[in-house]
Design a protein. Structure first.
Ligand code: FAD
Length: 517
């Protein structure tokens, strides 16, 4: 208690010295209960993210005890004459410093020990969770009631507020849409320090702004997430392709079956990946399927030196295990993969959803997790994905991926165009995720500099060839690039920013707006 008091006073005097707060009576009257810290360990952890490419220390770190606490802090930032920025940090899994700030306070949303309780409504099938909650904890708690969220990310150690600020996608998105399409209601603290509840019906402008809004309009403190009855098990099948057209045609065929009878054709998950190198241990580590040795023997078939792997899954209840086998067998008959390359795994729902965590543990043990990650995530229109394959997978990458490359299609009609998320203007588009790890070793083609340059070449290739991609988890250096990114959504995005965060206090690490206090 004494330490907390000391740190708080220390911070206030720091902020006062910096001219950010006028006098102590202001502070005492705010009644903020959380812990404001200038402890070097706190500052250091708030300045780091998964990307490891950018490190910016905040003035202080705030550990809130409630949404009201955050509202009070943002209000101080908004009302004080000189102001300061406020950046919510979920689990710090951005790759370009998006949750960092140099001239303000980072709020540690996921580390707060006093998280408000989750409230689950079994009848209406939803759960209310704290914005800093990790998806793995949401899953574990809802499973106790036989329910689970519908739409996922591949990795579950991400915060609810962090993924809802982007979109939240995985192999379920073709079916359920992204996570932002599976939220009923939010509590949000705007850049004016107002705590508002919003939904389709109530404060809908704020609701749509915040979903996919890159943290620009408000801090999500509570999300009401849609649930469905949880399956018990998952049958997960992988097959290999040597021909890109066959691979994408099968993917598009499979997602087109969704929503059409018979239900037996319905898949619950679909993701593809590209294998450009035979050794790729990082790739293999993540995919949980057979060793590089098995893949190597198939490279003889590879057209242009590249193989493609398709992963599909069907969820089921134990009592339906037999019919799942038959349904999958029937589906596989209509696909054009390399014969005898199917590989099947059967696992519990939680083990399936939490699969990347196992890869994380493996990579950590090899010292390969805490390395820089120059990731590039793109949405590529279906009509141009073949050119992308020729130019990038069979061209620019040159047999060297430095990590998994995911590629899977999504249906635009599952994305609500009123949200802030940006997708290409096509009914079907692919996520292409180059999930690269940079290594500081003798091989110059694995360095951060090399991989970052290659990312630039990929973006230039798309630009030069008129392939109208959109970045997912976008990162740009100039506002002009941001305006191009948002395209015809920019005017709405800008208007909403002026309404909900007029002093540009929130999430400055995205680099879209600069504080105007
Ligand atoms: P942070 O990095 O902490 O924050 C990201 C942004 O959101 C910042 O601008 C921050 O200010 C803002 N923010 C954070 N919390 C809040 C809040 N409560 N309210 C408002 N704004 C907030 N994404 C996918 O879609 N699908 C995947 O399969 C996927 N897999 C991933 C796997 C790994 C290993 C990693 C590192 C990332 C992956 N991502 C994936 C990307 C991930 O969804 C984003 O990086 C997301 O932002 C991370 O969440 P976070 O909680 O770490 O957010």
């Amino acid at each position: 208690m004494a330490l907390k008091f000391f740190l708080t006073l220390a911070l206030y005097s720091l902020l006062m010295t910096a001219g950010l707060i006028l006098d102590t009576t202001d502070i005492l009257s705010f009644g903020i209960k959380g812990n404001l810290s200038i402890n070097p360990n706190d500052l250091s952890s708030a300045s780091y993210d998964f990307g490891g490419q950018k490190q910016v220390e905040p003035l202080a770190v705030f550990h809130p005890v409630s949404a009201e606490d955050i509202a009070k802090l943002v209000k101080v930032a908004y009302e004080s004459t000189q102001g300061f920025t406020v950046s919510a940090r979920g689990h710090g899994h951005s790759v370009n410093g998006q949750a960092q700030t140099s001239n303000g306070i980072v709020i540690q949303m996921s580390e707060s020990t006093n998280k408000p309780r989750r409230v689950l409504n079994e009848k209406l099938r939803y759960v209310d969770v704290w914005g800093g909650e990790l998806w793995i904890d949401v899953l574990k708690s809802t499973l106790r009631h036989g329910l689970a969220p519908k739409s996922w990310t591949d990795y579950l150690y991400l915060s609810v507020g962090g993924t809802l600020s982007n979109a939240g996608i995985s192999g379920q998105a073709f079916n359920h849409g992204p996570q932002i399409s599976n939220v009923y209601e939010l509590d949000v603290i705007t850049g004016k320090g107002e705590l508002k509840t919003c939904s389709e019906e109530r404060n809908s402008e704020l609701f749509h702004a915040v979903l996919g809004g890159l943290g620009q309009f408000g801090i999500i403190t509570r999300a009401r997430i849609a649930l469905e009855p949880s399956p018990q098990r998952v049958r997960w099948i992988r097959m290999v392709y040597s021909n890109f057209s066959a691979f994408t045609q099968d993917q598009e065929y499979l997602i087109s079956l969704h929503g059409q009878p018979p239900d037996a054709n319905k898949l619950d998950y679909l993701e593809g990946s590209v294998i450009v190198d035979q050794t790729g241990s990082l790739h293999n580590c993540r995919s949980s399927f057979p060793s590089p040795g098995n893949i190597s023997s198939l490279f003889g078939f590879a057209e242009g030196g590249v193989l493609y792997s398709l992963e599909i899954a069907k969820n089921y209840q134990q009592s339906n295990a037999n019919s799942v086998d038959q349904e999958i067998e029937a589906l596989l008959k209509s696909l054009n993969y390399i014969p005898a390359t199917t590989f099947t795994r059967d696992l519990s729902y939680v083990d399936f959803l939490d699969r990347v965590h196992k890869a994380e543990l493996k990579l950590r043990s090899q010292g390969l997790w805490d390395v820089p990650h120059p990731w590039l995530n793109l949405f590529v229109p279906k009509s141009r994905v073949e050119e992308f394959d020729k130019g990038v997978f069979k061209g620019i990458l040159g047999s060297n991926s430095n990590g998994p490359i995911l590629i899977y299609p999504m249906n635009k009609n599952k994305w609500d165009k009123r949200t802030s998320a940006v997708t290409p203007d096509h009914e079907v588009f692919y996520l292409v995720a180059l999930l690269r790890s940079a290594l500081d070793n003798k091989d110059s083609s694995q360095t951060l500099e090399y991989l970052s340059k290659q990312n630039g070449q990929i973006l230039k290739f798309c630009n030069d060839n008129g392939i109208k991609i959109k970045q997912y988890l976008p990162h740009y250096a100039t506002q002009k690039e941001w305006i191009d990114h948002f395209g015809d959504k920019w005017s709405t995005f800008y208007r909403r920013k002026m309404e909900f965060d007029p002093k540009h206090i929130l999430a400055p690490g995205q680099g879209i707006f600069y504080p105007n206090f």
